[in-house]
Every structure is written in C-alpha cells, then in structure tokens.
Design a protein around this ligand. Sequence first.
Ligand code: ADP
Ligand code: MG
Length: 619
Amino acid sequence: MTDIIQLLPDHVANQIAAGEVVQRPASVVKELLENAIDAEATEVKLIVKDAGKTLVQVIDNGKGMSVTDARLSFERHATSKIKSAEDLFQLHTKGFRGEALASIAAIAHVELKTKRPEDELGTAIEIEGSQVKSQDVSVTPVGTSVAVKNLFFNIPARRNFLKSDTVELRHITDEFHRVALAHPNIAFVFYHNGAELFHLPQEKYRQRVVHIFGNKTNEKLVPVEEDTEVLKISGFVGKPEYSKKTRSEQFFFVNQRFIKSPYLNHAISAAFEGLLKTGYHPSYFLNLTVNPKTIDINIHPTKTEIKFDDEHTLYAILRSAVKHSLGQFNIAPVLDFEHQSSLNTPYSYKDKVGKAPTIEVDRSFNPFADDTDTAQSSSSGHTHFKKAPAANWEGLYVGLESKENNSNTDFSSVTFESDSKTASVFGDSAVETHKTTFQLQHKYIVSTLKSGMLIVDQNRAHQRVLYENFLKHVTIKEATSQQLLFPLQLEFTPDECKIIEELKANLEHTGFAFSEGSENTITITGVPVGVPESEVSSILEQLISDVKQDVPDANFSAADLLAKSMAKSLAIKNGQALNHTEQEHLVNSLFACKEPNMSPTNKPTFVTMSVDDIENKFN
Ligand code: ADP
Ligand code: MG
C-alpha cells in the first residue's frame, strides 16, 4: 500500500488558515487599521474601492519596517509584538498572532511600501497568493502603506459568497467606527470610491463620538466616569429617550480594543431598568481600562470576545457607575437644586410641563356601592355583558355561550346567532366606534383591537399610569397637595425616619407636606391629591422597604424609586372589580403613557392576540 497522507503545500495551508482571519473585506480593513495603530501612527488613511472587493488600502505615518522585517511580515506567525507566551498576559498591542498579513497575502494581490524614520529609502514588496512577485528599494514617506487588491482572486467560491457592495461597505464602516472610536487621539480619513466618508481629526472622545454619529448625538450623551482599583470606566451612555431599536450604538472597548460582551451589556441594561421601552436598547460608548493581566483576549480568532478574571465585580461597578450617571443627569438632578429643570426630565416631559397634575383613576370607587352596572357585574357577569352595547368581543362571547347553552340544538341556529354578532367583529368601523371593555376574573381587562384582542393586566397597567404621573410630578415639582384636617402622626424606627428624611424633598414634590416631628414620628400635614389618608402609612412603608432592598444609598435615583413605590402601593389590585367607565379609563390612560408596554418593574402590562392567533387556535 502506498502512503496516502501528504503535507499540504504552503500556499494551500495558508489559504485555509486565511479563512479564519479574512472572512470579508471588512476583516482586511480591521487588520490593516490595527497594524497601523500598533505601529504608533498618528494619522491613518483608509482607501476603499467597490466595498473592498477591488481595493483596501491603509496608509499610516507609523514607525515603518526595515527591509528584512518587511519581507518577514508576510510569514505566518511572524510578529514583532510578542516574544514569549508570557507576553500574552500583558498585551499592549492589537495584533499578536502574526497571521494577518500572511493570511491576506495568501488570498489577494498585496503591495506593501514602508519606510522607517531612520532610513533614507524604503522598501516595496508585491505578493500574489503568497508568492513574492517583486521586492525593491522605494522612495516612499515614513510609515507604511498596504494595498490589498482583488480579494479572494484565487478562491472564486469565497469571492462569489461576498454580499452586495452596500452590505460589505456597512461591515467596513462598522470596523472603521470601532477602531476610530477606540482611538480619538489618532486622525483618520476614509475614502470610498473617491468620496470622503469620514474626516476625523485628533480630538477628544466626545467630539469623536459626535463626529462619527452626527451633531445631534451631542445632546444625548451622558458622561460616565469611574475609577476603581480593578476597573477604570470613561465614556458616555445615551439618555434613555434616545434609546434605539437596534444595537448599533453599543460600544465597549477594553484597553482600547472593541469587544462584545453580553454579560457587561446586561449590566448596562440593568442600570437603565425602568427607563426604556421594551424592545429598545440603550446607546453606550464606554472605555474600560483593566490590568491586561486580568483578561484573556486569546479565546477567539476574530478577537471581539474577551474573558475577564472577575466578571462579577466588573458587572457591579459598571452597573452602578452607569446608574449613577443616569441619576445625576436624568432623574436624580431634582436633588441638585442648581440644575436647570429642563435637564431633569427623564422622559420627554418637556412638552407636558405646566399641565395641572391629576391622579387619573377614581379611587373613591366602591364595588359595594349601589351602582347597577357593577352590582350586576359582580353578581353575574353575563347580565352585564348583555346589557353593554352589542359589539365585537362580547358578540363573540355571546356566540360562544349560546353554543354551550344550546349544545342540543341543531347547528344552524347556533351559526345564525353568532353570525349576526360576528359581523360587527370584522366590520372595522363598528370596532372603532363601539370600543368596549370587559373585566376577566377581576384581574384583566379585555378589549378589542382592529386586528384582534387586547388583554391588559389591571394592576400593572395602573402601576405604569401612576408611575409616570408621579415621576412627572417629582420631576417638574408641581404636584398639588391636599391639606389634611388633622396632621397624621406615624411611628417609625430611627432608621426608617432617616430614610424618609432623605426622601423628603422628593416626597414634597409629589404633594406630601411634613411638619417638624418628634423623635421616631413623622408628622404629615398634606398628601398628594387623590391619595387617601388611609393609604399614607402603607405608601411610606412600601417606600422604606424598597429603599432598603434596592438601593445602597438612598440619594440615588430617589425620584424614580419613590414613583415606583407609590405606584406599587396605590395601583388597583388584582381582584378589584372595575366598572365599565373605570376599565375604559384605565386602558386609555395606559395608552396615553410614554411606555405603555411594561410596568415600572419591566413586566408586560398587556398582551394582544391577533385574529390570526385566534384562528390558529381553532385549527
Ligand atoms: P501581528 O499584527 O499579529 O503581529 P501581522 O501579520 O498583522 O501580525 O503583522 C506582522 C508584523 O508586521 C507585525 O508584528 C509588525 O511588526 C509588522 N507590521 C505590520 N503592519 C505594519 C505597519 N503598518 N507598520 C509597521 N509594522 C507593521
Ligand atoms: Mg496585525
């Protein structure tokens, strides 16, 4: 038998390895830009043609290469950046594998020109598919220029696999953003097909972010700064109202290297809790500096993942730093009386300023009162539904019910009854004019939508309504107070008194009024309009327990917490019957909210069921 195993020729082996490093033109852009930065360039020019399919060229003014180094740089595992395995634990460069140039040269036409400051003449090398075509002395400026032409010329399958120019250019732009954001102290220009896409001078980080993402970005940035022994954070998060449906403005840099970290991303989301609509993502541009010994970037060939020694600590520091900044610049500034009130509004409440505050729900409602509507609905739901204007959901309900009741009658009579009712379900105009609601198990409010059915959780919905209301009052400090005839004296432990003392200013903004109390008692002389006296002590208790549980220092985002606690204690509970007007009012108030989709604690406030969903259930 003859042997069948043979060594792959170099150029084949290189092509295979290249696949790991070079997946698309954007990979070339990344590698070349990073080499320029490692070479300590201060000015970097990126020139791209046809989304990189024809040309990717990077020109830098860095330290250049000697003649020998220039030739060696194309050898696999040839690097000047690490000398031993230990160096991997204290990396200060982007590159370290010595693979990029070798990989790129294996699958493209590459022209290198380079010159060190100390040399009079530079070197020019041409390589095609790992074959050196020429090497000459060259008159060239200090620094390095690498031009990569006809990517994947020798791997047609890979070339055909490339996406449209638009898509490939977007990938390139993403890489450019990442590198440019990580290095505001380096000037960059970026040309595509002769047009200048970016021109970034050496600048401060804030200017760099604004230069890349547009002038409007400036007003949405909230600075984040933190300096601890294990982690230094600097950069910006976007104000909550500028959050995006996409994650396109989320950037973490660890020691100036762009990384993706779902775990740290979660820390940011946690810091934004209660401030974002569901499905929206916060923007952030954050630079983390850690001791290189505590990270391992060697775990992924494309190097956007990273392993930290002590993730939990980083998480906690990051979350609290971001929360702190949001508090300072968005919500808590109500504590800082020097601030302009326009900076304080957490949502876009600006347009609402000046509106007289009202508490939206009829708290005097009593299920046992002699109200025919409710009396009927609590004793027998059916009577109530039949009495209501015949329409959509109830129509369906009656239809179903009659099916049950008349299970012995022939099919045609059932269809007849449902038919007349269902006509209104599918007639859109009828749905819009006779919008109606119905309470299920004293817990959910069911209503119709053009496209199906809406089920609202009454407690969560009301929490959202109250939360936004209170938050608005705390923020604009315009709540009206209702004077109590006899001041209310409540006993608390010294600890609890201190918590209330700290929240006093915020409580007053919602409409509470206090007078000097003696030791261990709080004396309340006024309450927010619409808050029954009987609820006051439970509100304060709820608040104290929330502060104790959630927040290490009570100053932090106190307004938000207060609004949450008050909403929690005052919201309509499950099990409480609501009359028709109340149901509709609640649903309408919910959808008048900034963020109707979720409760202040980020739980869904409603679900919908489309006609399609319903039809599927019948299949
Ligand atoms: P790595 O960056 O991992 O070391 P590369 O294949 O990207 O591997 O580069 C190989 C070597 O070539 C580098 O270690 C560096 O010494 C040299 N080199 C590459 N690009 C440049 C450049 N723009 N300026 C100076 N030296 C460079
Ligand atoms: Mg490199």
